[in-house]
Design a binder for this molecule. Structure first.
Ligand code: ATP
Ligand code: MG
Length: 260
């Protein structure tokens, strides 16, 4: 195993009835890097994230995280390993405030219940609130700490999801379209925060269509089509890959818009 590799899939497959949504997918994700997964609609990107994070079971193959086999473990166990996913459509608890959404994402619920009546708990609660508030400052959401989540813009909700992942002590944050529908300024802001978190050793695996914005932040790209990885490399290699261009031109106008 490569010293810097945090996640690896081995011949990972997922079938829906007759359809091969994932067909022997092999990817490797390096620690502290941003790895991007692209591909036309329906190519298997979200399915890949769902299988890695335990929301769907694999039919074949393996997922290794820090060398541990986490294949088909239940989502909460994978979460405890430090693999935290965010959703294509953010799923905050809308009536809770921004701060409360972070507080409930904190790990160690068992400890919270055990200590809930003791002085130690009161101290711990203070620490958790401070931790949450610091993350809100880092993400530029601190001024919204007492707003209910439903009042946030799409981009602010994506940042809130990053905050929830940080509260859960994520080592690998797996994000499905973190900048979809977000204005370019806020999208760059989200990616800039991610870049800061990479420096602290947090790893990101991201699915995103908006190559025009995301490309300058990424370290490595996998391209999927029909459930298979058809190419990998850095941005230059991918943009000049004939098979990638054909797949995009054949399927969507996404890449054309981005100048692929
Ligand atoms: N729960 C499911 N049941 C049946 N088929 C599914 C299910 N989830 C995904 N699929 C199918 O698997 C294939 C891959 O879907 P997936 O959602 O992974 O694509 P995607 O690359 O994320 O697409 P998009 O860019 O549109 O989000 C598609 O053909 C889809 O219809
Ligand atoms: Mg998807």
């Amino acid at each position: 195993m490569d010293m810097n590799e945090i996640l690896k899939t081995k011949n990972l497959s997922k079938f829906f009835y007759g359809l091969k949504a994932l067909d022997k997918v092999n990817i490797e994700v390096e620690k502290g890097k941003l790895t991007l997964v692209i591909g036309p609609n329906g190519s298997g990107k979200t399915t890949l994230i769902n299988v890695i994070s335990g929301f769907y079971k694999a039919d074949e193959g393996q997922v290794l995280f820090n060398g541990n086999d986490i294949t088909n473990k239940p989502p909460h166990e994978i979460h405890k390993h430090g693999v935290v996913r965010t959703f294509q459509i953010p799923q905050p608890l809308k009536k809770l405030t921004v701060l409360e959404n972070l507080l409930i994402a904190e790990q160690n619920p068992g400890e919270m219940i055990l200590n809930s009546l003791t002085k130690k708990w009161v101290e711990r609660e203070g620490e958790i609130v401070e931790k949450a508030y610091n993350f809100l400052e880092f993400l530029g959401l601190d001024h919204l700490w007492d707003s209910e989540a439903y009042k946030l813009s799409g981009g602010q909700l994506k940042l809130l999801e990053v905050g929830r992942a940080l509260m859960a002590n994520a080592k690998l944050v797996v994000m499905d379209e973190p900048i979809a529908g977000v204005n370019p300024v806020l999208a760059n802001n989200i990616l800039d925060r991610i870049t800061e978190l990479k420096k602290q050793g947090i790893t990101f695996l991201i699915v995103e269509h908006r190559l025009d914005i995301v490309l300058k932040y990424i370290d490595h790209i996998y391209v999927m089509a029909n459930g298979r990885v058809i190419a990998e490399g850095d941005a230059d290699e991918i943009l000049n890959n004939r098979e990638v261009i054909e797949v995009y031109l054949g399927a969507t106008d996404e890449a054309v818009k981005c100048g692929v």
